[in-house]
Ligand binder design. Structure first.
Ligand code: C2E
Ligand code: MG
Ligand code: MG
Ligand code: MG
Length: 281
């Protein structure tokens, strides 16, 4: 049943992507136009300190509303963007958008002054683009400090070019950015990179967190990641927290931050600001 269900989902995704590809210009042109015409948006999901419950940052997540009224998920269009190379302009746009949103929030109230926004960057962005130079320029033009930005990268960025990523990460640290390793535990890299690279936060993948209360193997993995992070002086974020019980357990295990539908789904910028004001009051 499960397998049939998954196949069904894949078919829906494929037909949605094909519907776009059938249009006159094809999906790559559609994607480029979406970025240029404001059909690509960032939504913001709060990340809370598990000990206090206060919001400390937001993760920005791309949303694409097509001209046909479809709401495409990043799991559908990020792979297309990576294959076509459009991930580079998409990543540039995301950094710009995140900085602008922070500047808008800062004008709306004092609530966002110490709040960071995290931007997801694909491995390809780090290979093909000068991310530190871009970040420096965007931040200074928007009047935002480097300490307000987190960059989320995956193990694939390290595997692709370990020497280059090490230099890039150091340059990002020099700007003041926070560096988070996304989907930790799902990649194929060698753990030795953890002691060489200036990583601040390990994000424990939702596949280990959701359902861990009913699964001793998952709890064992989560505990191991937490003690590894602690030994290396890194903070931790648990993804996919949907229940209070899970948040309490993770707090008791010493996890630093939590993110998930328990707190909020990813929200448009105005609603995210409102959430912040109410939650941190
Ligand atoms: P991610 O970076 O690991 O982001 C977390 C994903 O988990 C998001 O899915 C978020 O909506 C979802 N999520 C958060 N809390 C919960 C929960 O409690 N339950 C469940 N079931 N899901 C939860 P989303 O927005 O569909 O993004 C999927 C992936 O697409 C992201 O995974 C990230 O790898 C990628 N992505 C999203 N936006 C961007 C972007 O701007 N640039 C790049 N390069 N990748 C992006
Ligand atoms: Mg992420
Ligand atoms: Mg993640
Ligand atoms: Mg994930």
């Amino acid at each position: 049943v499960n397998r049939a269900k998954r196949t069904g989902h894949t078919e829906i995704y494929q037909s949605r992507i094909f519907a776009l590809a059938r249009r006159q210009f094809g999906i790559e042109t559609e994607l480029r136009r979406a970025i240029e015409t404001g059909r690509m948006r960032l939504h913001y999901q709060p990340i809370c300190d598990l000990a206090t419950g206060k919001v400390t940052s937001f993760e920005s997540l791309a949303r694409w509303r097509t001209e046909d009224g479809l709401e495409l998920s990043p799991t559908e269009f990020i792979p297309v963007a990576e294959e076509s190379g459009l991930i580079v302009p998409l990543g540039r746009w995301a950094i710009e958008e995140a900085a602008k949103t922070l500047a808008i929030w800062d004008r709306m109230s004092d609530a966002s002054r110490d709040i960071r926004v995290a931007v997801n960057l694909s491995a390809i962005q780090f290979q093909r683009d000068d991310v530190p130079a871009l970040l420096r320029e965007v931040l200074s033009r928007n009047g935002i400090g480097g300490n307000r930005i987190t960059l989320e990268l995956t193990e694939s960025a390290i595997v692709a070019d370990p020497d280059r990523i090490s230099q890039v990460m150091q340059a990002l640290k020099d700007i003041g950015a926070t560096l988070a390793m996304d989907d930790f535990g799902t990649g194929y890299s060698n753990l030795a990179y953890l002691q060489r690279l200036p990583i601040d936060v390990l994000k424990i993948d939702r596949s280990f967190v959701a359902g861990m209360l009913a699964d001793p193997d998952k709890i064992a993995i989560v505990r191991a990641v937490l003690s590894l992070a602690q030994a290396l002086g890194m903070r931790t974020t648990a993804e996919g927290i949907e229940t209070k019980e899970l948040a309490q357990t993770l707090a008791a295990l010493g996890c630093t931050y939590g993110q998930g539908f328990l707190y909020s789904r990813p929200l448009p910028p105005d609603e995210a600001h409102q959430f912040l004001v109410e939650r941190n009051a």
